[in-house]
Design a protein around this ligand. Structure first.
Ligand code: ARG
Length: 303
């Protein structure tokens, strides 16, 4: 396998899609690592395995219908493996291993059978002190966009997953690119004020569009920089409720085709008005774990 990714939207050829089977069920409150899961545990509405399996298998079906090669992680008994995005990422022709939250670190073993087919010199491991998860990383042509949290209190946020050390290391690894980092709003307790990853408050779409939630960004100038890059008319602004519902976390099969949640009426109408075909799935149960469609996919090859 020769991985190749330069952006978020070119024609997808090969992808890893998470699995929801044997996901371990409802965690104890103190073991949950995002505020939306915590809310659903408290309210007794944590999602059930059979519903999440149904939701994610509908995505597999659509990907295959569009002739995408789909790999699935091997199932580790009683372990949550829905959000493949975070365990690694491809930039150009390199697969980079994430340094993920320790609670999630077994997830990577389950895709060894895919990674073994990639040449060793195409695989990169970052130093241990660099924390990074794929949900924060977006190759964008000559740029690499990275969500981070720069606060002194980084270590007090279980929701801060990518540190400045990782941002600096990525710049060293890809000197020909400009690594542009974004300071994101974090909350361990309020899911409406928590941009868990960059893909929870921003995502490029189509040829030159983007979905964005202003309040997810701590620095107004970083938000403005993105809006100016696309142009004001080209961005779809979402509010805190829409971020919470995970509108920025749809997934592109190409510039012209996306997979979205059937519940995102306003977003889907906008996408359609831009000439983008919207394949819909119902992802309301998986969404309760603060992740959606981008989070459950790890693209390996885009044309
Ligand atoms: N790329 C993403 N936004 N991933 C979402 C992961 C959600 C998961 N509950 C976590 O906290 O790790």
């Amino acid at each position: 396998m020769k991985p190749q990714i330069i952006n978020e939207t070119s024609r997808l050829k090969s992808v890893i899609l998470g699995v929801a089977n044997s996901n371990g069920g409802e965690p104890d409150l103190e073991d949950a690592y995002d505020p939306k899961s915590i809310k659903h545990i408290k309210e007794g509405t944590y999602p059930e395995e059979k519903d999440m399996v149904e939701e994610i298998e509908a995505v597999a079906f659509i990907l295959k219908k569009h002739n995408v090669e789909v790999f699935r992680p091997q199932v580790i008994k009683g372990y949550n493996q829905i959000f493949s995005r975070d365990i690694g990422f491809v930039i150009d022709n390199k697969f980079v291993f994430a340094n993920i939250l320790p609670d999630r670190e077994k997830e990577i073993e389950a895709i060894d059978f895919v990674l073994d087919t990639i040449d060793d010199d195409q695989k990169i491991k970052l130093p241990e002190q660099c924390h990074i998860e794929g949900g924060d990383v977006m190759p964008h042509g000559d740029y690499i966009f990275v969500g981070t949290y720069r606060g002194e209190d980084y270590s007090s946020f279980i929701t801060a997953r990518t540190n400045v050390e990782a941002v600096d290391e990525l710049q060293k690894l890809f000197p020909q690119k400009t690594v542009k980092s974004f300071n994101l709003r974090k909350s361990n307790t309020d899911p409406k004020s928590n941009a868990l990853h960059l893909d929870c408050c921003f995502q490029p779409i189509g040829d030159n569009f983007a979905i964005i939630h202003k309040h997810g960004f701590l620095e107004e100038e970083e938000y403005n920089w993105l809006v100016n890059l696309y142009g004001k008319d080209q961005v779809f602004e979402i509010d805190a409720q829409e971020m919470y519902d995970m509108n920025s976390n749809i997934f592109s099969i190409s510039e012209k085709v996306v997979i979205s949640d059937v519940y995102f009426k306003r977003l889907n109408a906008w996408l359609t008005s831009k000439g983008i075909q919207v394949e819909t799935v119902d992802y309301r149960e998986i969404a309760k774990q603060e992740g959606l469609l981008r989070c459950s996919t790890l693209p390996l090859i885009r044309e």
